[in-house]
Design a binder for this molecule. Structure first.
Ligand SMILES: CC(C)(COP(=O)(O)OP(=O)(O)OC[C@H]1O[C@@H](n2cnc3c(N)ncnc32)[C@H](O)[C@@H]1OP(=O)(O)O)[C@@H](O)C(=O)NCCC(=O)NCCS
Length: 170
């Protein structure tokens, strides 16, 4: 576990994922969808980016920008009239970057049926007043779920770094 992800809140000033986690909802209207009533993927992506941005800003209490969004699959369609539920929380904090996991569900308001439609992982970077990366507060890892999410996020971070390095080196 890195310095920025200590287990004990007493070991370093830090914040838990629960302190910045958000659940945002949005009722789908006709202008969000294609003529068949399916919500555009870009609309869902915007909600995901917005929710993750709120988490990042809550954690750093300052500006943060999207550095990357990992592969995203649309598992189930979302239809006009349904409620989109976006749950976002921190998985890992590096030095200046943060991985945020987002789960999207669609609720049929007439039947109460809830479907898992997307999951995504985004990396945000905390910025100072000059627009340069600045250190983010450590993430306090509490409980089994947070430990598992942290471990999985570490693997993805490594894969991302390797992909970026490969691209840069041609
Ligand atoms: C994101 C950004 C600030 C990174 O700046 P940079 O000069 O490359 O910063 P660094 O190389 O010092 O990296 C800073 C951190 O970002 C991470 N990072 C940089 N590029 C990344 C990427 N593509 N994916 C994931 N993480 C990335 C680094 O690993 C590093 O993490 P760490 O501090 O936790 O170790 C810069 O590329 C930028 O401003 N991009 C545009 C952002 C934007 O406009 N987003 C859309 C609107 S919000």
């Amino acid at each position: 576990m890195t310095d920025a992800n200590r287990k004990s809140p007493a070991a370093a000033p830090g914040k838990t994922a629960a302190e910045s986690a958000v659940t945002m909802t949005h009722q789908v209207l006709p202008h969000d969808a294609n003529p068949a009533g399916n919500v555009h993927g870009g609309v869902i992506l915007k909600h995901i980016d917005t929710a993750a941005g709120v988490v990042a800003m809550r954690h750093v209490r300052g500006w943060a920008v999207t550095a990357s969004i990992d592969r995203m699959d649309f598992l189930k369609p979302v239809f006009v009239g349904e409620l989109v539920i976006i749950k976002a929380s921190l998985n890992l904090v590096g030095r200046t970057s943060m991985e945020i996991g987002v789960r999207v569900e669609a609720e049929n308001l007439l039947t109460g049926e809830v479907r898992h439609t997307n999951s995504a992982y985004l990396t945000f970077v905390a910025l100072d007043d000059h627009g340069s990366p600045r250190p983010a507060p450590p993430l306090v890892i509490e409980g089994e779920v947070a430990e598992r999410r942290y471990r999985q996020a570490q693997r993805r971070r490594e894969l991302r770094r390797m992909a970026i390095a490969e691209e840069r080196n041609g």
